[in-house]
Design a protein around this ligand. Structure first.
Ligand SMILES: [Mn+2]
Length: 471
């Protein structure tokens, strides 16, 4: 592939894209609005300029994004279709016979010489051409975040030019061309620049591309509430609205549509809210029965702790207990950086970030765990607030004041500071696995943002991969 050496990344992207015919577009596992929206926009754009493209993401696309046009084009795996070629040097002797035999899951290729013999040095291995001649990797800080899409095709990624477009500061610049802008709120905010540079034809932008990109900007900025929102985010969003981006549809589908099972589950959680006025702790729990009777899955409990965080009056520590088979997980959020959630999580061998942490306790007794944890957190608050020893401290008040907590469908009320919601940079980064590249994510941290215990192993694996990459 020809490319002038000292041209800008944008210009290099234009040249490589122009010369490519079949393009793979990949985004990270556990896909979010930004990865999905950016990839869909690029997919549609490439099709419009006559390229063949394939969309790939290692995990299924969450239901909330089903409204996006062509989202069904995402595949969970792809075939790099590269032949392994074995080249035999026949200068000294010719081949008389070629056969293969299967030995369990091993295949022997047997080459009989006409005379004399072949030496090991006569054999060389190489790979055939892949059907893809270019890979776009979007919203990905490091290739292992692609999951098996990458790990099962490492050689393909090595031999095919990769264009890396991202906004994470931790991006490892793994591409042949890297267009990484950490000042951008989202990858979607960057994409219009890429498109404009590939083609001056303004008509290529259409309402579907605009809607896909607007979805990325809205989800990564938490509807323009997170601190990563810049004047340029608004500017790009305004342009996207201008060309027909369907902002109302995005808000309705992503933030205002809840499944009936989710509402039932929320009802159960809300009916069990406890508020300790003295120690400023709000907590609730989800039992296995709650899930069963509401018909919900653990995923659907995702947003609730953030709602509690945004709406709980005067609270400092918010906890959500979840009962699994033989373990109780607890997510901890704090309303101010002055209260270190990791210190609380540490009491129970958990971990996380200053305002979002979590831990797990081996137990089948939700009630007992709840009592024990709350007692420990009251001690923690005692020491923190009054700097006195628990024994001589305030007697434990058992009085529970049930206050009305307003649950708003909006992700966050406008006049309150952003909560650590799914779109908060901390959580985004956790999801992208790139907040603190110096150490792997712990399973406890994982519990903070995502409560699917089945994925824990994979995240631990991802963490290991990250550690290996730094070596
Ligand atoms: Mn992003």
């Amino acid at each position: 592939m020809k490319m002038s050496d000292n041209s800008s990344p944008l210009e290099q992207i234009r040249q490589i894209t122009e010369q490519s015919k079949k393009i793979l577009i990949a985004t990270h596992r556990k896909p979010d609005g930004d990865g999905i929206g950016s990839a869909l926009a690029l997919f549609r754009f490439l099709q419009k300029i006559g390229k063949t493209a394939t969309l790939v993401c290692g995990d299924p696309i969450p239901d909330v994004y089903e409204f996006l046009p062509q989202v069904d084009q995402f595949e969970q795996s792809f075939s790099a279709n590269r032949d392994l070629i074995l080249t035999l040097d026949c200068a000294k002797t010719e081949v008389s016979k070629l056969k293969y035999s299967l030995d369990g899951d091993k295949m022997n290729i047997i080459i009989t010489p006409k005379r004399g013999g072949f030496l090991k040095e006569d054999v060389k291995f190489s790979y055939g051409e892949s059907e893809y001649d270019l890979i776009f990797v979007l919203d990905v800080a490091d290739l292992p975040q692609l999951g098996e899409v990458y790990t099962e095709n490492v050689d393909f990624f090595y031999h095919t030019p990769v264009i890396n477009i991202d906004h994470h500061i931790s991006n490892t610049k793994f591409g042949k061309v890297n267009y990484v802008d950490p000042s951008a709120s989202s990858t979607a905010e960057i994409m219009p620049r890429i498109f404009e540079n590939i083609s001056k034809d303004k008509d290529l932008m259409d309402p579907d591309i605009a809607t896909a990109l607007l979805t990325g900007i809205i989800t990564d900025t938490g509807s323009f509430q997170n601190p990563n929102t810049s004047p340029l985010s608004f500017e790009v969003a305004a342009d996207l609205l201008e060309v027909g981006g369907r902002q109302q549809e995005i808000i309705r589908k992503i933030y205002k549509t809840k499944r009936l099972s989710t509402l039932k589950l929320w009802g159960k959680i809300l009916s069990k809210i406890h508020y300790d006025n003295t120690y400023k702790i709000v907590w609730s729990s989800i039992s296995k029965d709650d899930l069963l009777s509401s018909g919900a899955n653990q995923d659907e409990s995702g947003g609730i702790i953030d709602e509690l965080l945004s709406n709980a009056p005067d609270s400092e520590i918010i906890l959500l207990f979840k009962e699994f088979e033989d373990v109780i997980s607890c997510s901890v959020r704090t309303t101010s950086p002055a209260i270190d959630a990791t210190q609380i999580a540490k009491i129970f061998d958990g971990g996380g970030h200053v305002q979002a942490a979590g831990f797990k306790i081996q137990s089948t007794d939700l009630g007992e765990v709840e009592t024990r944890v709350i007692r420990a957190i009251k001690d923690f608050q005692d020491k923190r607030l009054h700097k006195i020893h628990p024994q001589e401290g305030i007697p434990e008040k058992t009085q529970k004041i049930e206050k009305e907590i307003i649950i708003n469908n909006n992700p966050r009320p406008e006049n309150k500071k952003p909560a650590i919601g799914a779109n908060h940079p901390i959580v985004q980064n956790l999801q992208n696995g790139d907040t603190e590249p110096t150490r792997p994510l712990s399973t406890a941290e994982f519990g903070v943002t995502n409560f699917k215990p089945t994925i824990t192993d994979e995240v631990t694996k991802l963490g290991k991969e990250q550690t290996q990459n730094q070596k």
